[in-house]
Design a protein around this ligand. Sequence first.
Ligand SMILES: [Zn+2]
Length: 163
Amino acid sequence: MDYLFTPWRYAYITGAHHPNAPKECLFCDRLKATGDEAALIVYRGKNCFIILNAYPYTNGHVMIVPHQHASELNKLSAETAAEIMHLSQRMERVLRELYHPDGVNIGMNIGKAAGAGIDQHLHMHVLPRWVADANFMSVIGETRMLPETLDVTWERISKALKS
Ligand SMILES: [Zn+2]
């Protein structure tokens, strides 16, 4: 069941795989957005931003994205790499407070072969996990039934990151 251990391999974001999706990078596009709620951005940092996954594996599934359009971790400055780790710690704390998970997945897929949905612009997935994830949400075809809608998740997480 590698499905349970690498959930982000199956986690895509709005439009990324749509045949009519813009050629431009989705993350670079979101970075320029003016409305954070519509863009699903919950936090803007110095060199990175945090965005909700539009197709979350679990409620509270976020991605920490560097502003720099880079496909490899080694291309980021030490400062940006440190900010990704700092924000991962912060998100872990926020998710523990808001969702009381049994565990947390934090990880990156670098390159298509590694399972990246958007391989040109690397990002760190952070998502809460429960012992019985399979019971926590039912899967019907490709549609996941999650107990919380994205706008509620956006409200809760962006508020928690402000305090
Ligand atoms: Zn980009």
